[in-house]
Write a protein that binds this ligand. Sequence first.
Ligand SMILES: Nc1nc2c(ncn2[C@@H]2O[C@H](COP(=O)(O)OP(=O)(O)OP(=O)(O)O)[C@@H](O)[C@H]2O)c(=O)[nH]1
Length: 350
Amino acid sequence: MLSKSTSINSPLDPRYRRVQFLKALLWIIIVVAPLLAVVNYIREQHSLMVALELGLLAIAAGLFLWLEKQPKAVLVISWLVTLLISSVVAVYIVVSQGQSYSLYWLAVIPPVAYALLGGRWGLLLSAAFLLGVFSFISVTEATWSDAPFTIDSLLNIIIATTALIILLRYIEQTRSDAFHFLHQHSERLKSIAVTDPLTGLFNRVQLDHDLNHSLVKARQSDSGFSIMLIDIDHFKRVNDTYGHQVGDIVLVELAQILRTRIRSTDVAGRWGGEEFLVLVPNSTSQQCVKHAEIMREAIAHFSFHDGIRITASFGVASFRNGDDSESLIARVDKALYQAKAEGRNRTVSA
Ligand SMILES: Nc1nc2c(ncn2[C@@H]2O[C@H](COP(=O)(O)OP(=O)(O)OP(=O)(O)O)[C@@H](O)[C@H]2O)c(=O)[nH]1
């Protein structure tokens, strides 16, 4: 399902890492092969090696272009590149007969096979390759002469180590790309999970969480807190007169009024439908009523979409010892009910 819904250019796609790694690998071959050809030509006039290296360059360039055109062929190209690199290292080891520290290149095979073929096939191919080389060494070693440490051996070690570092860097780079991408997605999902899609305020999930958190804090310390429950008066009339869409716009505008009136420590959210809840830390009932009145008046004086005028009723309740979220909500609900019953567009505290 993941590969169907994601593109090969997305770090979430399992093929992404392989494509990036393949490109890096082919680039290394495209750069290193002609360099080695020049060195071999100048130092040893070894025309067979030069021809092999130029052939390798041509194959790598061809595979690179194929991959650019058809990234979906990544699996076939992965196998071809792994076999190509294994063959080149094998030929080099056989030709060198233990000279020039050619065996050092063996270190490159497992990371290449692992990154391109995955855990199981990578392990199998690496094991088969190493077994083959060790069998070859055990049969031919008797005929080998001691390998002196020469400039050639040093060059081999430097180039193979550089290739290894670049390969590992690309493995790490694609891993961290994927991690970064997933992290961003998970942050986005977290935010979606606690946000009301219409108003952009917190939703009930977050309000419940914050309410419980405030209750725990209030029980442990002397810091009280209050909540206000806000319900738009006769909102059904707005919907019936202007339509549901206009009703939605009014809800968004009301959310904006709340957002701009609350203190930075307050938490405002949509409790459901046309009801909003504001959590006011470190405040007594009287302070919260004052705060609520400012908001109530702001709503009553605001000209909403199309000049619509609305009012809202406010219930206020403060934490008391022994409260849990149900008792507190029941109290604030009762206060709001009373505000409605007394004629609406008012604040009642319980
Ligand atoms: N446009 C819109 N309307 C909503 C939404 N959620 C709830 N409502 C409407 O809010 C109205 C609530 O109606 P009632 O519960 O009868 O309350 P009221 O008309 O506000 O009257 P009082 O609360 O008694 O003052 C209903 O018409 C719902 O359809 C929403 O997301 N968008």
